[in-house]
Design a protein around this ligand. Structure first.
Ligand code: IVH
Length: 661
């Protein structure tokens, strides 16, 4: 292509890509598929490779930056980044309002969530994103432009002509669900885990390699125009202008007329707090009118026209009474903090996770320490740090245990793993988890078999493997404290009926490493018996679409182990269904997603119907999903399914599909 023509095409492609990026990341309403988007991007990349002189900083190809930086430049902010005055009670909000009324009369407020992330400033010149910086000390911060460009909801060039030269403020955050997943993966890889989503966002923005940042699902809400060549009359108008210019603004921003309404807003928001996918630590009240804001002015620290109402803290300090060691299903030893009970954000906390022994050492957490405990989202409480200033000298460090606290076996620690493991497969702790997992709802669904019962069965040496469950007698159960005629019969009955749960549930229940519900269904649809699956090589297993290398190896390893083979033989001899009829079901190879409540079927029953017909149940909406069964009060999966134009059916249609009506 000639240069002139290329220039025009490049321009068109960029406009299209900006538009589709906006529809996807801001409007949540993609109008083309990911594949089509990638094709447009590839075309643009090819043309830019041919004419590198035509590359501009706002080209969609420039999101994932080139080389790692040596360090960050320090930049001075155009307008100092002030912090907000805090209020911890509604009285303080009333006092704030009275002060304002005294000075300027009654005002309207704009109420916003106070996002708990990393504060940043974005500079646009002639509509193009040229520079972004962290808050730093408020006067100057680190220039992190390349890292910010990886965030897809930051427009590289502004939409329309509402804004062209401006400084925009916002908060970069790590979405909570993604944070949990990210931390789990980091832990598996033996890499740094973050204490909370805010630290993860800050840590990510501090990365010198933008390619690493591009792998972190950071997002942003913007909330303030600190400078612009367009006159802004109110905060409401600022928010609207930002939205029109293509930024992501928080959906909970609301204008109110009185301080009482603002307080009601705070109450509403605090109730929502745990259900959001971003951390908030309060609400921000801003005087709406820009003229009034100006009149009220600022102190050197904060504006007089805004205040942050802080929710009850999700952190508290308490004494760490002990560090005990828990043994998990796969034998992993996890240190757990036993705390002097303390209220954290309205919940009493007496135990908290310490993740792993490396963490304990790195953070130098000792028994007897005063520690800072935090609860974020609905995650398990965790110990953030020790307050070393409070040490008396009597604190004791807790080393890595050499022996399993339950069975006494010597622990093992592989070089590439942070985990410390008990290698004894017969360790009662591991046996307990294995049985609980095997009996769980998604596996063999053995009702009436709770953790306490399992403990007693192990204690009395009645079960040493899951197979032993099937040999239990009524007499044996009646010997256990708490069991009566009826309860013993009930348990035996559920154990008996679990025999016919089918292959997918059985595979899942075996607890093979890396084999979750989805992988188990996938395997059951490919292999029709446990024997067949057991004979598959790792190489053969990796050929299955959707199964990773690690999983394939874990499966092959599982079946290569003598005792596992023996167990499977035993299960078969007991009469557990280890084979699936080889018939082509009506949903052979199809993926089905459920969202919302079903009226006449339980979820596990509905899943079974899918599997019986050779289909697979998936848990998120993707392009490869064949049917989405929508019940009452469906969630965000339904929205996503609509956007992806998936085949949506209701419960009746589903039943027709699987042939139960
Ligand atoms: S307005 C001059 N609005 O809270 C205006 N700040 O302690 C200053 N923050 O540094 C900020 N959500 O990082 C504003 N909706 C919101 C906010 C917000 C979070 C952060 C921001 C600021 C800190 C103040």
């Amino acid at each position: 292509m000639k240069k002139n023509e290329a220039k025009k095409t490049i321009q068109q492609l960029r406009e299209q890509l900006h538009y589709h990026n906006y529809m996807y990341y801001i409007e949540n309403n993609p109008v083309i598929s990911d594949y089509e988007y990638d094709q447009l991007l590839k075309n643009l990349e090819a043309l830019e490779a041919q004419y590198p002189e035509l590359i501009t900083p706002d080209s969609p190809t420039q999101r994932v930056g080139g080389k790692p930086l040596e360090g960050f430049l320090t930049v001075k902010h155009k307008v100092p980044m002030l912090s907000l005055e805090n209020a911890y009670s509604y009285e303080e909000l009333h006092a704030f309002d009275e002060r304002i009324q005294k000075n300027v009369g009654a005002v309207e407020y704009v109420c916003e969530p106070k996002i708990d992330g990393v504060s940043i400033a974005l500079i646009y010149e002639n509509g193009v994103f040229v520079r972004g910086a962290t808050r730093g000390d408020g006067v100057q911060g680190d220039e992190v432009t390349a890292n910010l460009k990886t965030i897809r909801s930051i427009p590289l060039s502004l939409r329309g002509s509402v804004l062209s030269n401006a400084e925009v403020r916002g908060e970069v955050y790590f979405p909570i669900a993604a944070f949990k997943k990210f931390n789990k993966e980091q832990e598996k890889k033996g890499e740094q885990v973050f204490a909370n989503p805010r630290n993860a966002a800050a840590g990510s923005l501090r990365q010198l390699d933008p390619r690493v940042v591009a792998t972190r699902p950071l997002d942003i809400f913007v909330y303030y125009i600190s400078y612009s060549d367009k006159e802004i009359h109110t905060q409401e108008e600022a928010v609207e202008t930002l939205r029109k210019a293509g930024f992501r603004v928080n959906p909970f921003i609301k204008k109110v007329q009185t301080i009482d309404d603002a307080i009601q807003y705070c109450e509403m928001l605090e109730e929502k707090r745990d259900s959001l996918d971003f951390e908030i630590d309060g609400a921000v009240l801003k005087v709406n009118s820009s003229a009034t804001q100006k009149q009220l002015g600022s102190t050197i620290k904060h504006p007089r026209w805004a205040i942050a109402y802080k929710f009850s803290a999700k952190q508290a300090t308490t004494t760490l009474n002990d560090i005990v060691v828990q043994v998990g299903r796969t034998g992993t030893l996890t240190p757990v903090a036993v705390l002097e009970p303390v209220q954290v954000g309205g919940v009493t906390v007496s135990r908290a996770t310490l993740h792993n022994f490396d963490e304990v050492k790195r953070k130098d957490i000792r028994i007897g320490d005063t520690v800072l405990v935090e609860r974020s989202g609905d995650v398990i409480p965790q110990v953030v740090k020790s307050i070393t200033e409070k040490r008396t000298g009597d604190e004791k460090a807790r080393g890595i245990p050499r022996k399993c606290p339950v069975c006494g076996a010597d622990v093992v620690r592989t070089l590439d793993e942070v985990a410390v493991r008990c290698p004894n497969k017969q360790c009662p702790a591991r046996l307990r988890w294995r049985i609980e997992y095997f009996a769980s709802r998604d596996a063999m669904d053995i009702e009436h078999l709770g953790g306490q019962t399992i403990d007693k069965l192990i204690e009395k040496h009645l079960v040493e493997s899951v197979a032993d469950l099937y040999h239990l007698t009524k007499e044996e159960l009646l010997n256990i404290e708490g069991f009566k005629d009826k309860s013993a019969e009930n348990l035996l009955q559920s154990i008996e009926s679990s025999k016919s749960q089918g292959l997918a549930r059985l595979i899942y229940g075996l607890g093979i490493r890396h084999v979750g519900k989805y992988a188990a269904q996938l395997l059951a649809s490919q292999y029709h018996s446990l024997e067949e699956l057991g004979n598959a090589s790792a190489e053969e297993l990796t050929q299955i679409h959707g199964l990773g290398q690690k999983t394939a190896e874990a499966i092959a390893n599982y079946f290569a182990t003598e005792e596992n083979r023996t167990l499977i033989e035993e299960l078969r001899d007991i009469g557990i269904r280890t084979k699936e009829q080889k018939h082509i079901g009506k949903l052979q190879g199809k993926k089905v997603l459920f969202t919302g409540g079903l009226q006449t079927l339980s979820r596990p029953d509905a899943s079974d119907l899918v599997m019986k017909q050779g289909g697979m149940v998936v848990s998120s909406a993707g392009k490869d999903v064949d049917y989405v069964v929508v019940g009452t009060d469906p969630g965000s999966k339904y929205e996503k399914a609509k956007k992806l134009h998936l085949h949506i059916i209701d419960e009746d249609e589903f039943k027709q599909l699987v042939g139960t009506t």
